[in-house]
Design a protein around this ligand. Structure first.
Ligand SMILES: Nc1ncnc2c1ncn2[C@@H]1O[C@H](COP(=O)(O)OP(=O)(O)OP(=O)(O)O)[C@@H](O)[C@H]1O
Ligand SMILES: [Mg+2]
Length: 277
């Protein structure tokens, strides 16, 4: 047996058991923020399955890095878990509520913060207005379209969120005048104003230079940890996976190939697994 195969076997031995549990509490009695069982997903009959029976249980307050090669299904899984893409088959529960017809009810959705890779900022609006957009979907949210019509306490909270990500001084800057790293911080601030119980981020540090990427991840993970927010993010950076998540889940061709506590792994082991997977 060659070294790579032995290494993979060794890692497989440490895989976390994701066998089905009933209810919303895990085996240690923790509350689950998110669970899914035997999730299958395709985009079209012709395209075939993208997720092949994914099961996961994520405890409240946990932090999980989702890794895997391009096309392995990470973004699809994140979107399916929060009802943005209905699943073909399987059971998904988020913050104690089951998805209905693949959709998540709005009161649950309000408790989730999303950060997507392309930021999704409105370019001609200020950083402050973009952060206040995090309030969209909440009662009275027509007032979240622009900072000038937002209630004072929303403006204040948005400013505090911008300060938390180190951008209080750029509140008035238009989004199209920000650098990629700054825009990503604004997107994180926009997710933070929702005071989410669950934060879902798809490659929050992609396209940032190594130092900015590390800074953005640091800010993001430490704010989530301080507020007890459950964090799930995808990344291609093994250092980001190990440093900012307690647990690492690897997808391979739409299946969970590894699910392990990050404390049990080194970056070399993870790199090796990633390249073998
Ligand atoms: N909206 C869509 N319609 C059809 N097929 C899609 C759609 N989104 C993703 N796919 C397909 O699903 C598969 C998984 O894609 P997904 O974006 O989930 O992968 P990923 O792991 O996030 O990859 P990456 O690391 O490149 O972001 C790919 O084969 C992709 O072509
Ligand atoms: Mg993706």
């Amino acid at each position: 047996m060659n070294d790579a195969v032995m290494e993979r076997d060794r890692l497989d031995c440490r895989m976390v058991n994701t066998a089905k549990r009933d209810g919303d509490t895990g085996s240690m009695g923790e509350t689950l923020s998110l669970s899914c069982y035997d999730v299958f997903k395709s985009y079209s009959a012709k395209g075939g399955l993208v997720l092949h029976g994914v099961s996961l249980e994520i405890d409240e307050g946990d932090s999980v890095a989702l890794i895997g090669a391009n096309g392995s299904g990470k973004s699809t899984l994140l979107k399916s878990l929060v009802g943005l893409h209905p699943v073909d088959k399987g059971k998904v529960r988020v913050l104690g509520r089951e998805l209905q017809d693949g959709r998540l009810e709005q009161d649950v959705r309000r408790q989730i913060g999303f950060v997507f890779q392309n930021h999704g900022l409105v370019q001609r609006l200020s950083a402050l207005s973009n952060v206040i957009h995090g309030r969209l979907g909440f009662p009275g949210s027509w007032r979240a379209w622009h900072q000038s019509i937002a209630p004072e306490h929303w403006r204040q909270e948005a400013l505090e969120a911008l300060e938390a990500v180190g951008l209080g001084h750029r509140a008035a800057a238009r989004a199209d005048q920000l650098s990629g790293g700054q825009a990503q911080r604004v997107a994180i601030a926009r997710a933070l104003v929702r005071k989410p119980k669950l934060m879902i981020a798809d490659e929050p540090a992609a396209s940032l230079d190594p130092k900015t990427g590390m800074d953005v991840m640091e800010t993001f993970a430490s704010i989530a940890a301080r507020s007890g927010t459950t964090l799930i993010y995808t990344t291609h950076d093994m250092a980001h996976a190990l440093r900012f998540a307690k647990r690492i889940v690897a997808l391979k061709s739409g299946r969970v190939a590894l699910d392990v506590a990050s404390a049990n792994l080194t970056e070399q082991e993870l790199q090796r697994f990633f390249h073998e997977a």
